[in-house]
Each structure stands twice: as C-alpha cells, then as structure tokens.
Design a protein. Structure first.
Length: 322
C-alpha cells in the first residue's frame, strides 16, 4: 500500500531528472555558457517549486530545523530560502555533469581532512566511506585522478545505475568512479566488496537514505530531532574490518570543498549491544553532517520528509537517485 501523501518513501517519489534531460542540460551549457543556462533553468525551477507542495514543505522543514539547531541563518528561514535551496540543487546537477566529463574548473575545488585517507590508500589499505546527498560528490573523481592509487566504488540503491553508468562512460570513458547496484545485496556482492577493500580500494555508500528493502534502521539525533538512518555503512565497515570515513561536499566560494573525516579506525559491533553501537556511529555521522551544513545551509538535497523516512517503505523495484 502506498504511503500517505507527504510521507512517502523517497524512492517512491522518483525523480524528474531523466537521461534525455541531463543531456539537454549539458548541451545548453556547452553551447551558450552558464548564464544562458541559468536563464533557461530558473523559470523551470520556479514552476517545479510551485507545483510540488511536498517538496516545499520538506525543504522548509529542513531549513527551519537547521536554523533551530545551529543558527546557520540567524533568522527564521522563509519561502525565498526554500526556492534558493531548490535552485542550488538544479545548478549542482550541472556541476555533477561537468565534473564527470572533466569540464569542471577543478582548481576551484579544495580538500580538507584528506591526508589520512591519502596515506592509507597509498599504503594499499582500503576503507568504507559514508557519504550524503549534499553538494557535488562527483567531484571526488578529482581525487581519484590526482591521487595515485585511489579508486572509488559507489554503492547505489537503484537499478537505474546501469543507465547512469552508461552516461558516465559516454561523458568520460576513463572515469575512476564505479557504480555498484545493491538494491538486493547478496553473498556475491559481499565478496566483491571485500576483495576491493583488500586491494586498497574504497567503497562509498550513502548514510542518509533508508533503502527500499531495509528491514532495520538505527535512530540518532539530527538537527535536534530523532531521525532514522540506514545501518548499511556500519555493518559493511564492521564486516570488512576497515576504517570508516565521512566524505561530505559543500559549496565553498565559487567552487566546492571536499571534506574528509575519520569516524572510526575500526567499526566494532559487539554482541549484546550491536544496535547501540550502530546508533553511536550514526550519531557521529549525523553530528558531522550538521557541522558541515551549518557552513553551507543550502547543500542538503533530500527533498522528502527526511525525519519520517522509516515509517513508510514501499516495496518498489526502482527509483532514480538524486
């Protein structure tokens, strides 16, 4: 049964971005530049924002809770902030394509906290990276190309990964990012990931969306309210016996900042307090996200009732990632 309006699972909502639209977006920028792209884009963003009350409500809920928890705005967020929130997401979609195709101004990207993971990958030690739907994480290919030995395998909860993989390969055949579908993870996938980490590669997985078929979540405080988080990153890091890192991306001036942070040298999930241990790791993750979003409030791209996402998880077979 479908969830009530406004409380549907994020995967059930789908996405308005399709492969044809992505190519059209990319072509407008290539032919005419950034400002003509914006002139075409902003009316579409405004119409999209006006036509989707659930999107507006989710955006304003997040912005209000961010302000209450961190004082990021210094005032009560309003509809203008929500519209700016959605517009920044649309602009970031273009940057994602430019990053993958190698056409982004990579000199406008800086990193912080990456020294430890750089040393580990150079020494052939892999790890699990927990990410979030924020900023332009596709820019991590900058690291993959400029830092010898770093290879990233991104786990996605959508069977459209095959189509998006084809798009990435057409934009850049030498792309160092690999998308791996894990909607239905099994022993073969677990062995594959273990081999990759043992070979010194990194496995990246989002920690801010509950997968469609997830049967268990953990609760942690996020922006002053209890929220449910998937257990996947912590179970995976525990099974692979490797470090757990955070990778976040936020706007920084006219470019981006890639922020790395070690959440645990090794994830321990002891019997008898397994759930409590996972909740502790999720709490570290949520606190690190809140700190990043305080620095760049509009970079959170979860346009659905985030704090309700564990209540209604429909059994759908596919969904577009953001």
């Amino acid at each position: 049964m479908s969830a009530p309006a406004g409380r549907r699972h994020w995967a059930e909502m789908g996405e308005s971005t399709f492969v044809f639209g992505i190519w059209l977006l990319y072509a407008v920028h290539r032919l005419f530049g950034r400002w003509p792209f914006r002139l075409c884009l902003y009316p579409v963003v405004a119409i999209h924002w006006l036509a989707r009350p659930a999107l507006r409500a989710a955006s304003l809920q997040y912005l209000a809770r961010l302000e209450a928890a961190t004082g990021a705005f210094g005032r009560a967020p309003n509809w203008r902030d929500s519209l700016r929130h959605v517009a920044l997401f649309a602009e970031t979609l273009l940057d994602k394509l430019l990053a993958v195709s190698g056409r982004y101004r990579f000199e406008a990207v800086r990193c912080e906290g990456n020294e430890e993971i750089d040393r580990a990958t150079l020494d052939g030690r892999g790890g699990v990276i927990v990410t979030a739907h924020m900023g332009c994480l596709e820019l991590c290919r900058v690291l993959a190309e400029r830092r010898r030995g770093l290879r990233l395998n991104v786990l996605v909860h959508t069977r459209h990964a095959v189509r998006f993989n084809r798009l990435l390969q057409r934009l850049n055949p030498d792309n160092a990012l690999t998308l791996i579908e894990v909607t239905e993870i099994g022993p073969a996938t677990a062995v594959l990931l273990a081999d990759k980490v043992a070979a010194g590669e990194c496995v990246a997985i989002a920690g801010d969306r509950v997968p469609v078929f997830a049967s268990q979540t953990v609760e942690a405080d996020f922006l002053g309210h209890p929220a449910h988080f998937p257990i996947g990153p912590y179970v995976l890091a525990g099974l692979l016996k490797c470090p757990l890192y955070l990778l976040g991306c936020i706007h920084d001036g006219d470019g981006y900042l890639l922020h790395f942070e070690r959440l645990a040298e090794r994830v321990e999930l002891p019997r008898g307090r397994r759930q409590a241990a996972m909740a502790e790791y999720a709490g570290r993750y949520a606190a690190a996200l809140a700190a990043l979003l305080r620095r760049s409030p509009y970079d959170w791209f979860n346009f659905f009732p985030f704090w309700d996402q564990s209540r209604n998880r429909p059994h759908v077979t596919s969904a577009h990632p953001s």
